[in-house]
Design a protein around this ligand. Structure first.
Ligand SMILES: [Fe+2]
Length: 199
């Protein structure tokens, strides 16, 4: 039975090609899982998601989890969801999505992995992340840091932004096409963003 990666470390080992046997299993698993049908909302020729700087606070080996909520973390809850697509409009199953961001007061956890985590898209290329709205910090508007990678493909490093933030106009890194769609929900906010990787 085909086996899919169970950890970020294993994923990168596959991507790096250091285990050709595992890479073969990976390719088989992805091929079997690909629905190969267009996503209705996908435009004819989607542009790849823009790359942005990683910044100074990335830490490798984040835990695999779809919720970054844990005891002691306070703030406005937000669910960020969407799909990972290729530039030929196909969903990308089993794509890695690694997110890290500041807490509600604008501070990153440098000692541990609070507000850091990775997950893989499902068979339809979908992801869903549960976390809190990050705070601003000097020089930066509100943002998430994200790395997205399909198996055996280049890594996309980028950032996601919030609409209507006064800080957007003051942040030289801010990019309008990386703004999420965000709406209020009963217990926080719901955001959506679709990533597009080069085919
Ligand atoms: Fe940051």
């Amino acid at each position: 039975m085909a086996r899919t990666p169970t950890s970020r470390r294993e994923f990168f080992r596959l991507v790096a090609g250091t285990s050709t046997a595992l890479a073969g299993v990976w390719t088989a698993a992805v091929t079997q899982a690909q629905p190969l049908r267009p996503t209705p909302s996908c435009p004819d020729a989607p542009q790849p998601t823009a790359r942005q700087t990683e910044g100074p606070y990335f830490k490798p080996e984040s835990p695999r989890r779809a919720s970054l909520l844990e005891p002691g973390i306070s703030g406005v809850k937000i669910v960020v969801a969407g799909v990972v697509l290729s530039t030929n409009c196909q969903p990308v199953p089993r794509a890695l999505i690694d997110v890290w961001h500041a807490d509600g007061s604008g501070a990153y956890d440098h000692a541990g992995y609070r507000l850091r985590g990775h997950q893989f898209t499902d068979d339809q290329g979908r992801y869903r992340l549960e976390t809190i709205v990050p705070g601003e910090y000097p020089g930066r508007t509100r943002h998430f840091h994200v790395k997205v990678q399909a198996a055996n493909r280049p890594l996309l490093t980028t950032q996601l932004y919030f609409p209507g933030e006064a800080g957007n106009g003051r942040d030289p890194i801010f990019q309008r096409d990386l703004v999420m769609r965000v709406q209020d929900a009963a217990d926080g906010k719901i955001a959506s963003f679709d990533f597009v990787l080069r085919s």
